[in-house]
Design a protein around this ligand. Sequence first.
Ligand SMILES: C[S@@+](CC[C@H](N)C(=O)[O-])C[C@H]1O[C@@H](n2cnc3c(N)ncnc32)[C@H](O)[C@@H]1O
Length: 392
Amino acid sequence: MTSVGRDSARAESLRTALVQQLMSAGTLHGERVAAAFLAVPRHVFVPHVSLEVAYADDVVPMKQNEAGVLTSSVSQPSIVALMLEQAAIRPGDRVLEIGSGGYNAALLRELTGPGGAVTTVDIDPEVAERARASLDEAGYGDVAVVRGDGAFGDPERAPYDRIVVTATAWDIASAWVRQLRPDGRIVVPLRLRGQTRSIAFDLVGEHLESRSTTLCGFVSMQGVAADYERLVPLREGRLTFDEDQEREPRPRDDVLALPAVQSLSGVEVDREEPLLDLYLWLACRLPGYCVFSGAEWSCVPAAATADSLVYLTTRAALNESRVELGCGGHGPSSGELLERMIGEVRAWDAADRPEPSFQVHAVGAELPAGSHIARRQSCLTVRWEAPAAAGC
Ligand SMILES: C[S@@+](CC[C@H](N)C(=O)[O-])C[C@H]1O[C@@H](n2cnc3c(N)ncnc32)[C@H](O)[C@@H]1O
Protein backbone atom coordinates (compact mmCIF):
# COMPACT_ATOMS: atom_id res chain seq x y z
CA MET A 1 0.00 0.00 0.00
CA THR A 2 2.03 2.90 -1.29
CA SER A 3 1.78 6.64 -1.86
CA VAL A 4 0.13 7.59 -5.14
CA GLY A 5 -0.52 10.57 -7.42
CA ARG A 6 0.20 14.27 -7.17
CA ASP A 7 3.90 14.85 -6.58
CA SER A 8 4.60 11.88 -4.35
CA ALA A 9 8.04 13.06 -3.20
CA ARG A 10 6.58 16.35 -1.94
CA ALA A 11 3.60 14.50 -0.41
CA GLU A 12 5.94 12.11 1.36
CA SER A 13 8.05 14.88 2.83
CA LEU A 14 4.94 16.76 4.07
CA ARG A 15 3.61 13.52 5.53
CA THR A 16 6.87 12.90 7.39
CA ALA A 17 6.79 16.46 8.75
CA LEU A 18 3.19 15.94 9.96
CA VAL A 19 4.15 12.74 11.78
CA GLN A 20 7.09 14.49 13.44
CA GLN A 21 4.81 17.35 14.49
CA LEU A 22 2.27 14.93 16.01
CA MET A 23 5.02 13.03 17.81
CA SER A 24 6.60 16.13 19.31
CA ALA A 25 3.15 17.34 20.42
CA GLY A 26 2.69 14.00 22.22
CA THR A 27 -0.51 13.12 20.31
CA LEU A 28 1.22 10.29 18.45
CA HIS A 29 3.50 7.97 20.41
CA GLY A 30 2.96 4.40 19.26
CA GLU A 31 5.37 3.22 16.58
CA ARG A 32 2.70 1.24 14.74
CA VAL A 33 0.32 4.19 14.56
CA ALA A 34 3.19 6.43 13.35
CA ALA A 35 4.06 3.87 10.65
CA ALA A 36 0.43 3.85 9.49
CA PHE A 37 0.42 7.66 9.27
CA LEU A 38 3.62 7.51 7.19
CA ALA A 39 2.11 4.91 4.85
CA VAL A 40 -1.32 6.42 4.06
CA PRO A 41 -1.42 9.17 1.37
CA ARG A 42 -3.92 11.58 3.01
CA HIS A 43 -3.94 13.81 -0.10
CA VAL A 44 -5.72 11.08 -2.08
CA PHE A 45 -8.71 11.40 0.28
CA VAL A 46 -8.90 15.21 -0.05
CA PRO A 47 -8.20 15.78 -3.75
CA HIS A 48 -9.77 19.27 -3.79
CA VAL A 49 -7.13 20.86 -1.50
CA SER A 50 -3.41 21.56 -1.93
CA LEU A 51 -0.80 19.13 -0.62
CA GLU A 52 0.07 21.67 2.11
CA VAL A 53 -3.54 21.71 3.33
CA ALA A 54 -3.84 17.92 3.02
CA TYR A 55 -0.87 17.50 5.39
CA ALA A 56 -1.71 20.28 7.85
CA ASP A 57 -2.98 19.16 11.26
CA ASP A 58 -6.44 20.35 10.43
CA VAL A 59 -9.86 19.02 9.57
CA VAL A 60 -10.74 19.15 5.84
CA PRO A 61 -14.44 19.97 5.36
CA MET A 62 -16.10 17.74 2.74
CA LYS A 63 -19.84 18.47 2.87
CA GLN A 64 -22.41 20.85 4.40
CA ASN A 65 -26.20 20.60 4.64
CA GLU A 66 -28.63 23.27 3.36
CA ALA A 67 -28.30 25.16 6.65
CA GLY A 68 -24.52 25.41 6.20
CA VAL A 69 -23.80 22.88 8.99
CA LEU A 70 -20.79 20.65 8.34
CA THR A 71 -21.99 17.05 7.89
CA SER A 72 -18.85 15.35 6.62
CA SER A 73 -15.12 15.94 6.83
CA VAL A 74 -11.80 14.19 6.77
CA SER A 75 -10.89 14.41 10.43
CA GLN A 76 -8.02 16.34 12.00
CA PRO A 77 -4.88 14.14 12.10
CA SER A 78 -4.19 14.80 15.80
CA ILE A 79 -7.72 13.67 16.79
CA VAL A 80 -7.43 10.65 14.48
CA ALA A 81 -4.07 9.79 16.13
CA LEU A 82 -5.47 10.12 19.67
CA MET A 83 -8.41 7.86 18.82
CA LEU A 84 -6.22 5.26 17.12
CA GLU A 85 -3.98 5.19 20.21
CA GLN A 86 -7.12 4.73 22.32
CA ALA A 87 -8.36 1.94 20.04
CA ALA A 88 -5.10 -0.06 20.40
CA ILE A 89 -5.69 -1.98 17.17
CA ARG A 90 -3.86 -5.32 17.04
CA PRO A 91 -2.65 -7.14 13.91
CA GLY A 92 -5.43 -9.43 12.75
CA ASP A 93 -8.25 -7.36 14.32
CA ARG A 94 -11.59 -7.00 12.58
CA VAL A 95 -12.54 -3.34 12.81
CA LEU A 96 -15.78 -1.47 12.12
CA GLU A 97 -15.59 2.27 11.50
CA ILE A 98 -18.78 4.36 11.71
CA GLY A 99 -18.47 7.47 9.52
CA SER A 100 -16.31 7.24 6.42
CA GLY A 101 -13.85 9.63 4.90
CA GLY A 102 -11.64 6.84 3.64
CA TYR A 103 -8.52 8.20 5.35
CA ASN A 104 -9.08 6.70 8.81
CA ALA A 105 -10.27 3.44 7.24
CA ALA A 106 -6.95 3.22 5.37
CA LEU A 107 -5.02 3.87 8.63
CA LEU A 108 -7.09 1.16 10.33
CA ARG A 109 -6.31 -1.21 7.45
CA GLU A 110 -2.58 -0.56 7.90
CA LEU A 111 -2.91 -1.32 11.62
CA THR A 112 -4.91 -4.53 11.20
CA GLY A 113 -2.35 -5.93 8.75
CA PRO A 114 -2.79 -8.81 6.29
CA GLY A 115 -4.79 -11.00 8.68
CA GLY A 116 -7.27 -8.29 9.67
CA ALA A 117 -10.29 -6.66 8.07
CA VAL A 118 -11.87 -3.21 8.04
CA THR A 119 -15.44 -2.18 7.27
CA THR A 120 -16.48 1.46 7.13
CA VAL A 121 -20.13 2.58 7.15
CA ASP A 122 -21.49 5.99 6.13
CA ILE A 123 -25.07 7.15 6.07
CA ASP A 124 -24.45 9.52 3.17
CA PRO A 125 -24.31 7.68 -0.19
CA GLU A 126 -22.13 10.40 -1.72
CA VAL A 127 -19.58 10.09 1.11
CA ALA A 128 -19.59 6.29 0.87
CA GLU A 129 -19.05 6.46 -2.89
CA ARG A 130 -16.18 8.92 -2.53
CA ALA A 131 -14.58 6.82 0.22
CA ARG A 132 -14.82 3.73 -2.01
CA ALA A 133 -13.12 5.52 -4.93
CA SER A 134 -10.33 7.05 -2.78
CA LEU A 135 -9.64 3.78 -0.96
CA ASP A 136 -9.33 2.00 -4.31
CA GLU A 137 -7.03 4.70 -5.66
CA ALA A 138 -4.81 4.54 -2.56
CA GLY A 139 -4.52 0.75 -2.74
CA TYR A 140 -7.00 -0.22 -0.01
CA GLY A 141 -9.50 -2.03 -2.23
CA ASP A 142 -10.13 -4.69 0.42
CA VAL A 143 -11.71 -2.24 2.90
CA ALA A 144 -15.47 -2.90 2.80
CA VAL A 145 -17.46 0.32 2.35
CA VAL A 146 -21.12 0.11 3.36
CA ARG A 147 -23.80 2.75 2.82
CA GLY A 148 -26.14 2.67 5.79
CA ASP A 149 -27.02 3.98 9.22
CA GLY A 150 -24.09 3.12 11.50
CA ALA A 151 -26.42 3.05 14.53
CA PHE A 152 -27.21 -0.50 13.39
CA GLY A 153 -23.52 -1.40 13.12
CA ASP A 154 -22.79 -3.99 10.46
CA PRO A 155 -24.53 -7.26 11.41
CA GLU A 156 -23.37 -8.96 8.22
CA ARG A 157 -19.65 -8.93 9.08
CA ALA A 158 -19.93 -8.84 12.91
CA PRO A 159 -18.51 -9.65 15.41
CA TYR A 160 -15.79 -7.01 15.61
CA ASP A 161 -12.73 -6.66 17.82
CA ARG A 162 -12.85 -2.90 17.59
CA ILE A 163 -15.51 -0.33 16.69
CA VAL A 164 -14.33 3.22 16.03
CA VAL A 165 -17.05 5.86 15.75
CA THR A 166 -16.05 9.05 13.94
CA ALA A 167 -19.22 11.13 14.34
CA THR A 168 -20.38 12.55 17.68
CA ALA A 169 -22.81 10.15 19.33
CA TRP A 170 -25.24 11.02 22.08
CA ASP A 171 -26.08 7.42 22.88
CA ILE A 172 -24.29 4.07 22.76
CA ALA A 173 -26.24 2.02 20.22
CA SER A 174 -27.13 -1.41 21.55
CA ALA A 175 -26.10 -2.89 18.15
CA TRP A 176 -22.50 -1.76 18.76
CA VAL A 177 -22.34 -3.61 22.08
CA ARG A 178 -23.96 -6.72 20.56
CA GLN A 179 -21.52 -6.73 17.64
CA LEU A 180 -18.37 -6.55 19.80
CA ARG A 181 -16.27 -9.65 20.54
CA PRO A 182 -15.99 -10.54 24.26
CA ASP A 183 -12.67 -8.67 24.66
CA GLY A 184 -13.76 -5.94 22.25
CA ARG A 185 -13.25 -2.21 22.53
CA ILE A 186 -15.28 0.68 21.20
CA VAL A 187 -13.91 4.20 20.81
CA VAL A 188 -16.64 6.80 20.50
CA PRO A 189 -16.91 10.60 20.70
CA LEU A 190 -19.73 10.92 23.22
CA ARG A 191 -21.62 14.17 23.75
CA LEU A 192 -22.58 14.71 27.33
CA ARG A 193 -24.04 17.89 28.80
CA GLY A 194 -22.43 20.23 26.28
CA GLN A 195 -19.01 18.56 25.99
CA THR A 196 -17.67 15.81 23.72
CA ARG A 197 -15.12 13.24 24.90
CA SER A 198 -13.65 10.43 22.86
CA ILE A 199 -14.04 7.51 25.27
CA ALA A 200 -12.43 4.07 24.83
CA PHE A 201 -14.76 1.48 26.38
CA ASP A 202 -13.95 -2.20 26.91
CA LEU A 203 -16.69 -4.79 26.91
CA VAL A 204 -16.78 -6.37 30.38
CA GLY A 205 -19.44 -9.08 30.51
CA GLU A 206 -22.49 -7.31 29.15
CA HIS A 207 -21.58 -3.73 29.92
CA LEU A 208 -18.88 -1.26 28.86
CA GLU A 209 -16.20 0.29 31.11
CA SER A 210 -14.13 3.31 30.12
CA ARG A 211 -10.36 2.94 29.86
CA SER A 212 -9.36 6.40 28.63
CA THR A 213 -10.98 9.66 27.64
CA THR A 214 -9.81 12.63 25.61
CA LEU A 215 -11.64 15.79 24.59
CA CYS A 216 -12.50 16.07 20.91
CA GLY A 217 -14.96 17.50 18.41
CA PHE A 218 -16.74 15.81 15.48
CA VAL A 219 -19.72 16.32 13.21
CA SER A 220 -22.92 14.90 14.73
CA MET A 221 -24.46 11.49 14.09
CA GLN A 222 -27.40 11.60 11.71
CA GLY A 223 -30.13 8.99 11.26
CA VAL A 224 -31.97 7.16 14.01
CA ALA A 225 -29.29 8.04 16.58
CA ALA A 226 -29.36 11.80 15.93
CA ASP A 227 -30.02 13.80 19.10
CA TYR A 228 -31.71 17.10 19.53
CA GLU A 229 -30.24 19.64 21.91
CA ARG A 230 -32.98 21.75 23.52
CA LEU A 231 -32.20 25.42 23.04
CA VAL A 232 -34.05 27.77 25.40
CA PRO A 233 -33.78 31.37 24.19
CA LEU A 234 -33.45 34.13 26.79
CA ARG A 235 -33.80 37.81 26.03
CA GLU A 236 -30.01 38.19 26.22
CA GLY A 237 -28.60 34.74 25.71
CA ARG A 238 -29.64 31.14 25.65
CA LEU A 239 -29.59 27.89 27.60
CA THR A 240 -28.83 24.48 26.14
CA PHE A 241 -30.21 21.25 27.62
CA ASP A 242 -29.62 17.68 26.40
CA GLU A 243 -32.48 15.76 24.83
CA ASP A 244 -32.97 13.63 27.97
CA GLN A 245 -33.55 16.76 30.09
CA GLU A 246 -36.98 17.40 28.59
CA ARG A 247 -38.57 17.60 32.05
CA GLU A 248 -36.10 20.11 33.53
CA PRO A 249 -37.88 23.40 34.32
CA ARG A 250 -37.11 26.40 32.09
CA PRO A 251 -36.79 29.90 33.54
CA ARG A 252 -38.74 32.86 32.11
CA ASP A 253 -36.98 34.52 29.17
CA ASP A 254 -36.39 37.78 31.09
CA VAL A 255 -34.70 35.98 34.02
CA LEU A 256 -31.44 37.94 33.46
CA ALA A 257 -33.31 41.20 34.17
CA LEU A 258 -34.27 40.01 37.69
CA PRO A 259 -32.19 41.19 40.70
CA ALA A 260 -28.68 39.72 40.63
CA VAL A 261 -26.72 37.79 43.28
CA GLN A 262 -23.09 36.73 43.18
CA SER A 263 -20.55 34.97 45.34
CA LEU A 264 -16.99 33.64 45.19
CA SER A 265 -15.83 30.16 46.16
CA GLY A 266 -12.26 30.74 47.31
CA VAL A 267 -11.22 28.02 44.82
CA GLU A 268 -8.54 29.13 42.36
CA VAL A 269 -7.53 27.50 39.07
CA ASP A 270 -4.97 28.32 36.38
CA ARG A 271 -6.39 30.80 33.91
CA GLU A 272 -5.78 28.37 31.00
CA GLU A 273 -6.84 25.20 32.86
CA PRO A 274 -9.57 23.28 31.03
CA LEU A 275 -12.40 22.87 33.54
CA LEU A 276 -14.47 20.29 31.71
CA ASP A 277 -14.15 17.76 34.55
CA LEU A 278 -15.56 20.36 36.94
CA TYR A 279 -18.36 21.10 34.46
CA LEU A 280 -19.25 17.41 34.34
CA TRP A 281 -19.07 17.21 38.15
CA LEU A 282 -21.60 20.04 38.32
CA ALA A 283 -23.73 18.41 35.61
CA CYS A 284 -23.88 15.21 37.66
CA ARG A 285 -24.85 16.97 40.90
CA LEU A 286 -26.96 20.03 40.13
CA PRO A 287 -30.64 19.61 39.25
CA GLY A 288 -31.56 21.81 36.27
CA TYR A 289 -27.99 21.72 34.88
CA CYS A 290 -27.64 23.38 31.49
CA VAL A 291 -25.11 25.39 29.47
CA PHE A 292 -25.53 29.18 29.46
CA SER A 293 -24.31 31.65 26.84
CA GLY A 294 -25.02 35.32 27.38
CA ALA A 295 -23.57 38.74 26.65
CA GLU A 296 -20.74 38.30 29.16
CA TRP A 297 -20.33 34.52 29.42
CA SER A 298 -20.14 31.89 26.71
CA CYS A 299 -20.92 28.17 27.20
CA VAL A 300 -20.63 28.17 31.00
CA PRO A 301 -22.24 25.65 33.37
CA ALA A 302 -25.54 26.82 34.78
CA ALA A 303 -28.51 25.56 36.78
CA ALA A 304 -32.07 26.66 36.13
CA THR A 305 -35.41 26.49 37.93
CA ALA A 306 -38.76 27.82 36.77
CA ASP A 307 -38.00 31.27 38.19
CA SER A 308 -34.20 31.53 38.53
CA LEU A 309 -30.84 30.92 36.88
CA VAL A 310 -27.29 30.66 38.29
CA TYR A 311 -24.04 30.19 36.36
CA LEU A 312 -20.32 29.72 37.00
CA THR A 313 -18.17 32.85 36.86
CA THR A 314 -14.47 33.63 37.21
CA ARG A 315 -12.67 36.62 38.70
CA ALA A 316 -8.98 37.53 38.30
CA ALA A 317 -6.94 36.29 41.28
CA LEU A 318 -4.01 38.16 42.87
CA ASN A 319 -1.64 35.93 40.91
CA GLU A 320 -2.50 37.01 37.39
CA SER A 321 -2.04 33.54 35.88
CA ARG A 322 -4.92 32.33 38.07
CA VAL A 323 -8.65 33.00 38.45
CA GLU A 324 -11.06 32.43 41.33
CA LEU A 325 -14.25 30.51 40.59
CA GLY A 326 -17.54 32.06 41.60
CA CYS A 327 -21.19 32.05 40.78
CA GLY A 328 -23.69 34.66 39.60
CA GLY A 329 -27.43 34.42 39.31
CA HIS A 330 -30.85 36.03 38.99
CA GLY A 331 -34.31 35.32 40.31
CA PRO A 332 -36.06 34.61 43.64
CA SER A 333 -34.39 31.23 44.30
CA SER A 334 -30.96 32.20 42.97
CA GLY A 335 -29.48 32.64 46.49
CA GLU A 336 -30.23 29.02 47.34
CA LEU A 337 -29.07 27.75 43.93
CA LEU A 338 -25.90 29.81 44.20
CA GLU A 339 -25.05 28.29 47.60
CA ARG A 340 -25.48 24.86 46.07
CA MET A 341 -23.27 25.58 43.05
CA ILE A 342 -20.54 27.17 45.21
CA GLY A 343 -20.78 24.15 47.56
CA GLU A 344 -20.21 21.77 44.63
CA VAL A 345 -17.19 23.76 43.39
CA ARG A 346 -15.69 23.48 46.88
CA ALA A 347 -16.57 19.78 47.09
CA TRP A 348 -14.81 19.14 43.73
CA ASP A 349 -11.73 20.97 45.00
CA ALA A 350 -11.80 19.17 48.37
CA ALA A 351 -12.01 15.82 46.53
CA ASP A 352 -8.69 16.69 44.80
CA ARG A 353 -10.34 17.59 41.50
CA PRO A 354 -11.19 14.01 40.55
CA GLU A 355 -11.46 12.57 37.05
CA PRO A 356 -14.59 10.89 35.66
CA SER A 357 -14.84 7.26 34.60
CA PHE A 358 -17.83 5.87 32.74
CA GLN A 359 -19.83 2.68 32.49
CA VAL A 360 -22.55 1.90 29.96
CA HIS A 361 -25.35 -0.55 30.69
CA ALA A 362 -28.35 -1.63 28.68
CA VAL A 363 -31.63 0.07 29.55
CA GLY A 364 -33.23 -1.87 32.42
CA ALA A 365 -29.97 -3.47 33.65
CA GLU A 366 -28.94 -3.20 37.30
CA LEU A 367 -26.77 -0.10 37.63
CA PRO A 368 -23.65 0.43 39.78
CA ALA A 369 -23.40 3.34 42.25
CA GLY A 370 -22.71 6.72 40.62
CA SER A 371 -24.58 9.41 38.68
CA HIS A 372 -26.87 7.95 36.05
CA ILE A 373 -27.71 9.54 32.73
CA ALA A 374 -30.43 7.77 30.75
CA ARG A 375 -30.25 7.75 26.98
CA ARG A 376 -32.54 5.99 24.48
CA GLN A 377 -30.65 2.69 24.20
CA SER A 378 -28.21 2.85 27.10
CA CYS A 379 -27.68 4.20 30.57
CA LEU A 380 -24.41 5.93 31.39
CA THR A 381 -22.96 5.86 34.90
CA VAL A 382 -20.39 8.50 35.84
CA ARG A 383 -18.04 7.81 38.76
CA TRP A 384 -15.22 9.94 40.14
CA GLU A 385 -11.66 8.83 40.83
CA ALA A 386 -8.60 10.58 42.23
CA PRO A 387 -6.47 11.88 39.36
CA ALA A 388 -3.61 9.58 38.30
CA ALA A 389 -0.40 10.59 40.11
CA ALA A 390 2.11 12.40 37.87
CA GLY A 391 4.95 10.09 36.74
CA CYS A 392 8.36 10.49 38.37
C1 LIG B 1 -16.01 13.33 10.57
S1 LIG B 1 -16.69 12.41 9.26
C2 LIG B 1 -15.75 10.93 9.27
C3 LIG B 1 -14.29 11.12 9.07
C4 LIG B 1 -13.58 9.91 8.61
N1 LIG B 1 -13.71 8.76 9.46
C5 LIG B 1 -12.14 10.15 8.21
O1 LIG B 1 -11.58 9.19 7.68
O2 LIG B 1 -11.59 11.24 8.39
C6 LIG B 1 -18.20 11.86 9.94
C7 LIG B 1 -19.02 11.03 8.98
O3 LIG B 1 -20.03 10.38 9.72
C8 LIG B 1 -21.11 10.18 8.85
N2 LIG B 1 -22.29 9.83 9.64
C9 LIG B 1 -23.10 10.63 10.40
N3 LIG B 1 -24.08 9.91 10.95
C10 LIG B 1 -23.89 8.62 10.58
C11 LIG B 1 -24.58 7.41 10.84
N4 LIG B 1 -25.66 7.38 11.60
N5 LIG B 1 -24.09 6.29 10.27
C12 LIG B 1 -23.00 6.30 9.48
N6 LIG B 1 -22.31 7.44 9.19
C13 LIG B 1 -22.75 8.57 9.74
C14 LIG B 1 -21.22 11.48 8.08
O4 LIG B 1 -21.91 11.32 6.86
C15 LIG B 1 -19.73 11.83 7.90
O5 LIG B 1 -19.27 11.43 6.63
